[in-house]
Design a protein around this ligand. Structure first.
Ligand SMILES: Nc1nc(=O)c2c([nH]1)NC[C@@H]1CN(c3ccc(C(=O)N[C@@H](CCC(=O)O)C(=O)O)cc3)CN21
Ligand SMILES: O=c1ccn([C@H]2C[C@H](O)[C@@H](COP(=O)(O)O)O2)c(=O)[nH]1
Length: 303
């Protein structure tokens, strides 16, 4: 037990408590990937963005790749190549698994990535993830043939009708799920304006607590900051809600290792420029200042 203190708990304590609860009380389940998990159903965490940027400090998070991933979603792209061009390799496993399954070839990851980068025909055939996040966020196709840009509508909504209870977008397009490499996990985002501040809720149906969740928190917070800047608001709270929240059985040692570490002060996000629209941000516009995390902890991703 820590000594009693009047200091408010570090925001990251919520994440560490979640890891500990999963280890101590999680239900053991067989999951789609065959790895197995310890799972809890229905959790929430809240981060006041005025207190700092919610990037975990108890292990290094590769936030630059997370920024690239968010900008990729917002660009509407669903192809692997633009991610690989930025050195982001977190999505390769799924098209690679499909390639191996359908061709029977045991190609290694590096060779597959090089072909996606260099061979247009190969990239067109094997390097698309289907109508995943970017497609649904920016170009949701309706039954009557319209194409809806949910993000552009959201910005208009926050600016023009800030008390609306419909300030949301979702990736969960039921009619297109089976064409996606993976159905969306961070599936619904909703926003709330009060006292000049913009808050956001992320509803995540399925959360890989060790690997995916830290990235999801970072990107959801980043998006609130960007939307707030575009709408002349301050950043409010990030509220994260997870449904099937799990720890893969091959992540237990990593979770215990992380639980032995003390959180450090949260970094700050600086946006160096105010672009003309939400779709004009560039990677160089973002700086994370004061990030001094504990070392990275390696873990295998379940495919
Ligand atoms: N099981 C699983 N967990 C996920 O988090 C996840 C999926 N699948 N499928 C789709 C995407 C891909 N995402 C991923 C995939 C891999 C890492 C990962 O391996 N992260 C490491 C190292 C990253 C690197 O080397 O750049 C980490 O420590 O964060 C993170 C998120 C999030 N999503
Ligand atoms: O942004 C993401 C994307 C994926 N995940 C995790 C959650 C699950 O462990 C897998 C997806 O498997 P399903 O069987 O489709 O639930 O990926 C994440 O945490 N964050």
């Amino acid at each position: 037990m820590a000594a009693p203190s009047d200091a408010p708990p570090h925001p990251e304590t919520q994440y560490l408590d979640l890891l500990r609860d999963l280890l101590e009380r999680g239900t053991r389940r067989v999951d789609r990937t065959g790895v197995g998990t310890l799972a809890l159903f229905g959790r929430q965490m809240r981060f006041d963005l005025a207190q700092g940027f919610p990037l975990l400090t108890t292990k290094r998070i590769f936030y630059k790749a997370a920024i690239h991933e968010l900008l990729w979603f917002l660009s509407g792209d669903t192809r692997l190549r633009p991610l690989l061009e930025k050195g982001v390799r977190i999505w390769t496993d799924w098209p690679l698994a499909r390639y191996r399954r359908e061709t029977g070839e045991s190609i290694d990851q590096g060779t597959f990535e090089r072909r996606v980068l260099e061979d247009d025909a190969f990239a067109a055939r094997w390097g698309d993830l289907g109508p995943v996040y970017g497609k649904q966020w920016r170009a949701w196709e309706t039954a009557d043939g319209r194409v809806v840009d949910q993000i552009a509508q959201l910005v208009d909504g926050i600016r023009g009708n800030p008390t609306s209870r419909r300030l949301l977008f979702t990736g969960w397009n039921v009619g297109e799920l089976e064409r996606m490499a993976l159905p969306p996990c961070h599936m619904t985002y909703q926003y709330f304006v009060a006292d000049g501040r913009l808050s956001g809720i992320l509803y995540q149906r399925s959360a890989d607590t060790l690997l995916g969740l830290p990235w999801n928190l970072c990107e959801a917070a980043l998006l609130i900051h960007m939307l707030a800047q575009q709408c002349d608001l301050g950043p409010g709270e990030l509220v994260w809600t997870g449904a099937d929240v799990h720890l893969y059985l091959n992540h237990l040692d990593q979770a215990r290792q992380q639980l032995g570490r003390e959180p450090r002060p949260l970094p700050r996000l600086v946006i160096r420029r105010r672009p003309d629209s939400l779709f004009d941000y560039r990677f160089e516009d973002f700086a994370i200042e004061g990030y001094d995390p504990h070392p990275h902890i390696r873990a295998e991703v379940a495919v």
